[in-house]
Write a protein that binds this ligand. Structure first.
Ligand code: GLN
Length: 197
């Protein structure tokens, strides 16, 4: 598996470390040509407006959309915002996933927190039965999933924090900042299912 990590801004290095631990070959993506030959791409957390502006400056918007039409894509936190169709304010978006995002949904006081999630989609993986401990940092909420997008995980009050649409994955939280590699394994499976087709 050859996986790219968009390396314009944010927590890309942590994704790289986890993917390499799982045996994937990792390439940092900063230019359109860096997408060639990849099986999937992760867009990291950071600051979604900055990532969007840099993607525009580096002429990556169209190449990323073209790549996403045929490959697995996963956005964590700011990356999830960047993949969404609607975030309720003007900023550059890939506009791929049929999800509505509320940025910084948890306010200042509880901007960062950790909580256990039940994620049925991870259950088939080795060690998949146990709760998933998720780290949220000035996180967005997925206010709504539409069309063929579906929720993968929600907080105890029902608010959605992970969604999937075909081979596109969005998580409000940061699996790369934990030692739990189940979401990365789940994503590698998604990327694999394409390359075998
Ligand atoms: N608050 C950031 C944004 O709105 C996302 C934070 C993160 O990626 N950890 O873009």
């Amino acid at each position: 598996m050859r996986i790219g990590v968009l390396a314009l801004q944010g927590a890309f290095h942590e994704h790289q470390v986890m993917l390499e631990r799982l045996g994937a070959e990792v390439r940092q993506v900063r230019l359109p040509a860096h997408l060639d030959g990849l099986d999937g791409l992760i867009i990291p957390g950071g600051e979604s407006t900055t990532i969007g502006k840099l993607a525009v400056d580096f002429n990556l918007m169209e190449p990323l959309k073209t790549f996403a039409a045929e490959h697995a894509l996963w956005g964590t936190c700011a990356g999830a915002i960047f993949m969404a169709r609607e975030v309720g304010r003007p900023q550059p978006l890939l506009g791929l996933m049929d999800i509505v995002i509320e940025r910084n949904a948890f306010g200042r006081q509880v901007a960062s927190f950790e909580t256990d999630l039940d994620v049925p989609a991870l259950r088939h993986l080795n060690g998949g039965g146990k709760a998933y401990h998720a780290v949220f940092i000035r996180a967005p909420l997925i206010e709504a999933v539409r069309g063929t997008a579906a929720a993968l995980a929600a907080l105890p009050d029902g608010r959605i924090v992970a969604a999937r649409q075909g081979r596109w994955l969005a998580t409000s939280f940061h699996p790369e900042l934990t030692q739990d590699d189940r979401f990365h394994r789940y994503f590698l499976e998604m990327a694999q299912s394409k390359s075998e087709r």
